[in-house]
Design a protein around this ligand. Structure first.
Ligand SMILES: Cc1cc2nc3c(=O)[nH]c(=O)nc-3n(C[C@H](O)[C@H](O)[C@H](O)COP(=O)(O)OP(=O)(O)OC[C@H]3O[C@@H](n4cnc5c(N)ncnc54)[C@H](O)[C@@H]3O)c2cc1C
Ligand SMILES: *[C@@H]1O[C@H](CO)[C@@H](O)[C@H](O)[C@H]1NC(C)=O
Ligand SMILES: *[C@@H]1O[C@H](CO)[C@@H](O)[C@H](O)[C@H]1NC(C)=O
Ligand SMILES: *[C@@H]1O[C@H](CO)[C@@H](O)[C@H](O)[C@H]1NC(C)=O
Ligand SMILES: *[C@@H]1O[C@H](CO)[C@@H](O)[C@H](O)[C@H]1NC(C)=O
Length: 437
């Protein structure tokens, strides 16, 4: 029997799952709701890597993603005057999108492009189903819509929507991000209170107009007072600004509540902290005032004892946010979409067994990709004065930005080490390119 499935959240994970479900069983009735009035295409650079690549290739989307790659030329560590203290070059890709990518097997893509590629593909798949089967495919996107109440029984979930309608589903997927409201509705207060492991870091991401002095390198600047600033421009007409407030007890408590404020108030709080940080922070905070693509959050990981509760299942950041410092959030959300789809098919759409199998299958990739250098609790940014600990700072940045790989790249061709974990096979679903894994 095909299922009626509600996906809550149209970020990276939601549309990817919708696409895979349609490919796996075109009879599924899939509804995706998104709180925003339109597709939310904000956000800065995301990584797609390891098992995310065969999955994207299997969806036939690798060329579209390759075309959307941001090409960065290297990285500079700068001082408060913008003078380069250290510089790492990247051998420029010889042919657009082939050479450089082939070496690292990594794709850096703007979040908006990533979301749109999967969303468009899911709409195209619906059209294809309609043409092949002579009927309207069963995929519906509803924007400006949230779920306000979930009522579960053995045979379904009655969902109350923000417009007051109630509809019954066989399966509800929470793809609503790190602060998932669906997770809060479906799991106990205890589990919810404990699942978020903070790194004690707060981050803001936004973009500003590119100026002439913004070259195609990433720039990193450590300011006194546990502040870090990064810019990335690559081959884009905009410059991405990343502000980080590293471990700082007083600010940590303050910023926990800042994230809940209206956007304008959030910006004021960030400007207050960064306006006098040195380097080009004056320009960066000016640019923040007018950007309409501002996203800030507390950086941490989500660890759930179980990835489902009854017929409600967690996908992507809602279930296992690994934090941007791992660069694995998007890839994990695609691995999750792939495994969830595969297990539903394998278990003949028996939701209970499929969700248990999904939980089990996810444990190895989660253990592998949520692991952080030194563990999530480590104070990786020493609060002591800049200069004394600059080596530590540099080491952390190098590891978090995978600069080791960039250096290998400069030094010559070194193949990426094997991951030691293989995607499970779900034969006959054409969810990945099995010939090239
Ligand atoms: C605006 C934005 C900007 C981001 N920028 C970056 C970035 O610069 N760098 C980075 O590493 N990561 C960023 N992320 C996080 C990154 O997208 C995820 O870590 C990763 O891609 C996993 O995706 P996800 O689909 O699980 O979650 P997300 O991509 O966070 O998507 C969740 C979606 O659910 C929607 N949603 C939330 N609550 C509800 C609700 N109650 N009802 C319905 N819909 C809801 C959100 O609007 C969003 O569209 C950003 C996320 C967002 C939402
Ligand atoms: C849409 O879903 C219904 C119920 O699951 C199913 O009977 C119908 O065949 C589906 N439509 C298509 C085009 O597959
Ligand atoms: C499929 O989902 C849509 C949107 O949620 C709903 O309007 C429709 O009634 C559903 N169709 C079936 C056959 O369940
Ligand atoms: C979103 O929905 C609310 C009510 O649910 C409505 O007041 C508002 O006008 C809607 N906004 C858009 C852009 O559709
Ligand atoms: C869900 O709604 C249906 C019909 O509206 C009802 O028969 C069923 O008992 C409800 N289930 C729950 C768990 O409330």
């Amino acid at each position: 029997m095909p299922l009626s499935i509600l996906i809550i959240g149209a970020g990276c994970a939601g549309p990817a799952l919708a696409l895979m479900l349609q490919k796996s069983d075109p009879r599924h009735n899939v509804t995706v709701i998104e709180r925003f009035p339109s597709l939310r295409t904000g956000g800065q650079q995301l990584d797609l890597k390891s098992q995310g690549i065969p999955i994207a290739r299997g969806m036939g989307l690798l060329d579209a993603l390759k075309a959307a790659c941001v090409h960065e030329t290297g990285m500079k560590l700068v001082d408060h005057n913008g003078k380069a203290l250290m510089q790492f070059g990247v051998k420029p890709a010889k042919e657009h999108g082939t050479h450089g990518l082939g070496l690292t097997n990594e794709y850096e893509i703007m979040r908006g492009d990533m979301v749109k590629v999967f969303y468009d593909a899911s709409i195209a798949e619906r059209q294809k189903i309609k043409e092949d089967r002579g009927q309207e495919g069963n995929l519906t996107y509803k924007f400006n819509t949230t779920a306000t109440h979930l009522d579960q029984s053995e045979d379904g979930v009655n969902v109350t929507f923000s417009d007051g309608q109630i509809q019954q589903f066989d399966l509800v997927v929470a793809a609503d991000g790190q602060n998932s409201r669906t997770r809060r509705m479906a799991f106990s207060n205890d589990v919810n209170a404990q699942c978020f492991k903070t790194l004690g870091v707060h981050a803001a991401y936004y973009d500003i107009p590119r100026v002439e002095s913004d070259d195609s390198d990433a720039h990193i600047y450590f300011a006194p007072g546990s502040r870090m600033v990064m810019t990335r421009t690559g081959d884009r007409p905009i410059t991405q600004v990343y502000l980080f407030i590293m471990k700082d007890k007083a600010r940590h408590e303050h910023f926990k509540s800042v994230h809940k404020l209206p956007l304008e108030k959030q910006k004021e709080a960030w400007i207050e902290v960064f306006h006098d940080a040195g380097w080009e922070c004056g320009r960066f905070v000016e640019g923040m005032k007018t950007t309409d693509d501002f996203y800030a959050h507390e950086v941490g990981q989500v660890h759930m004892p179980q990835l489902y509760s009854g017929r409600v299942v967690l996908l992507g950041d809602s279930g296992y946010c690994p934090s941007p410092f791992t660069g694995m959030g998007t890839t994990l959300s695609f691995i999750g979409s792939y495994i969830l789809t595969g297990e539903l098919a394998k278990h003949g759409n028996d939701v209970g067994s499929a969700l248990q199998a999904y939980h089990d299958q996810m444990q190895t990739p989660l253990e592998k990709y949520q692991r952080m250098a030194g563990g999530a609790e480590t104070n990786f940014y020493p609060s002591s004065q800049l200069g004394i600990t600059v080596t530590n700072h540099v080491l952390w940045v190098l590891s978090s930005l995978k600069i080791d790989k960039l250096m290998m790249w400069v030094g010559g061709w070194v193949p990426e080490s094997k991951d030691g974990w293989e995607l499970p096979m779900y034969t006959g679903l054409s969810l990945r390119d099995e010939s090239k894994v």
